[in-house]
Design a protein around this ligand. Structure first.
Ligand code: ADP
Length: 505
């Protein structure tokens, strides 16, 4: 004890010492007094010889109480063995820098500390005691514990590595995902989970990290311990020390194998669907084409049969007329099928010629009046509109709208209004039938879409059709640079508005 250079045990407050009286001795005492860290000195038998104010605050013992007592009073019973080991090292002249341990305060509360223990030598250089500098890291420890719990419970693999790619931490999620335990992985290169053909990725990732840049949601493949390939999404961020220097990288890997598998299955299903649609279209095209030939022959034969209208008024004549109506219907259905094939194949061309729109519309309306004389069709034109359109196709548009108006118009009068707005011809075909329910208005222009009219299923049951007419009609109108839309109020009929830009000759 006599040999020991004792550090004053009592509190000396720096501010009471005038500046001019500062000496190396009282300066160091003052520093110790004002330090945030607990500074303690004790003999080799554990008797405390110095206890600064921070130690008082941290452990609850006043300096007078602590000095002369044993350092063991702040060591939890379960760590006393560690204390013996620590003293043995001090006796050998070894320092223990900055290790985490737990101390216990006067009222029994535990304090997590980062502790540095160093030997103290007397004037002769003999080790006679130890100094302890303890920093309270309870808050940090708590935050660390929360973070550790989050990392441990995450299904993602959370890994840290040095700038050389050496693994320094390996979460439970990483163990589950890649099959290596933390003990197996830590200290090894992260390249062990990178497939041979993707090794260059690690150079790229480390390059980014060294430049302080993050690698975000990088989709790649990794290999598990048992050789399975995983699809993963990687996010790698630089890790810095307190001075801000990049010292490594943290990476979060999410297993997206299932998502990739699902995406692949979806892709395959979409391809199959596209193939099925293509096969269906091809079938329709072939069938329509094959049907058109015998229909042409039948039409010719019918003309021969009805040569000079010789059978008119006879029972055979009536049968021949019925056959003509059915033949015309069949021909029109097959023509629609051929049309969709042409439109889909992009082989839909317009043969423009100059004509007056009102004149064509009257011609079409007359055909209907001859076929269905009981249904009045009123055509009203403000002005004569001459334009360059495909006559046959515009005929098809008007024919389709009028035949629908007759089909769904419940036998009531139909009107066609023709007007001109700037350089656009506007044709409005109106009927007074049951109309179209608002929900269906947007669908009727789709392919094979046959909707229930306003109230019941009459359309599907009592009117034949393929649900193609309006689809083809819209394509024709759009090919002319125009638009078509429908308006309807249930029970008050429908209005189809066609707008066709007219080009002057
Ligand atoms: P479809 O060959 O079935 O007539 P369209 O494409 O011409 O095919 O018409 C699609 C559907 O739109 C029809 O099935 C019908 O339900 C509805 N529709 C078309 N025009 C009218 C109309 N003037 N009044 C009521 N419903 C109509």
């Amino acid at each position: 004890m006599a040999e020991f250079v004792q550090i004053p045990p009592t509190s000396v407050v720096l501010k009471l010492i005038p500046t001019e009286t500062l000496t190396p001795d009282n300066s160091s005492t003052a520093i110790l007094e004002s330090a945030h860290d607990a500074v303690i000195a004790h003999l080799l038998d554990g008797t405390v010889t110095f206890w600064n104010p921070a130690a008082e605050r941290m452990f609850g013992y006043g300096a007078t109480e602590a000095v002369g007592g044993s350092i063991r009073r702040i060591i939890p019973p379960e760590l006393l063995a560690e204390e013996d080991f620590l003293l043995a090292r001090i006796v050998r002249g070894e320092s223990l820098p900055d290790f985490r341990t737990i101390c216990v305060g006067k009222d029994g509360h535990q304090v997590s500390v980062s502790l540095t223990v160093s030997p103290i030598r007397n004037a002769q250089g003999t080790i006679c005691g130890a100094s302890r500098i303890a920093r309270d890291v309870t808050t940090r420890t708590h935050t660390d514990a929360v973070l550790a719990a989050i990392v441990a419970s995450s299904d993602d693999a959370i890994v840290s590595k040095t700038l050389d790619g050496i693994i320094t931490s390996w979460s439970a999620g990483a163990e589950r995902m890649f099959g290596y335990t933390a003990a197996e992985a830590i200290g090894r290169s992260v390249r062990m989970i990178i497939p041979p053909e993707r090794q260059a990725e690690e150079d790229y990732v480390l390059g980014q990290i060294r430049r302080g840049e993050k690698v975000d949601h990088f989709e790649t493949e990794r290999v598990t311990k048992d050789g399975r390939r995983l699809n993963i999404s990687l996010t790698v961020s630089p890790m810095r020390n307190e001075a801000g220097t990049i010292i490594g990288a943290s990476k979060i890997a999410r297993d997206i194998t299932e998502r990739k598998q699902w995406e692949h299955e979806r892709e395959v299903a979409l391809q199959r669907m596209a193939q099925a649609v293509a096969s269906r279209d091809e079938f329709i095209a072939t069938a329509a084409h094959e049907l058109r030939n015998p229909l042409n022959v039948l039409t010719l034969l019918w003309r021969v049969l009805d040569h000079n209208n010789a059978l008119a008024g006879t029972p055979q004549g009536n049968l021949v007329e019925k056959a003509r109506v059915q033949l015309a219907r069949l021909t029109s259905l097959v023509d629609r099928l051929l049309d969709i094939t042409r439109i889909r194949a992009g082989a839909f061309e317009l043969y423009r010629e100059e004509f007056e729109l009102g004149e064509l519309i009257r011609e079409v309306a007359n055909r209907f009046v001859i076929e269905s004389p009981k249904i009045p069709i009123i055509v009203e034109a403000d002005v004569a509109i001459v334009g360059h359109w495909d006559r046959l196709r515009v005929d098809q548009v008007v024919t389709n709208l009028l035949s629908n108006a007759i089909k769904y118009g419940e036998g009531k009068p139909i009107s066609v209004a023709i007007s001109c707005e700037a350089d656009t011809a506007v044709v409005v075909v109106s009927d007074q039938g049951k109309g179209i329910a608002p929900d269906n208005l947007g669908r009727i222009f789709d392919r094979f879409e046959r909707v229930d009219s306003a109230t019941d299923e009459i359309d599907k049951k009592s009117h034949e059709g393929l649900g193609l007419g309006l689809w083809i009609t819209r394509r024709i109108v759009e090919a002319h640079g125009g638009t078509i839309f429908a308006e309807s109020e249930v029970g008050r009929g429908s209005r189809f508005v066609v707008r066709l830009p007219h080009k002057s000759a």
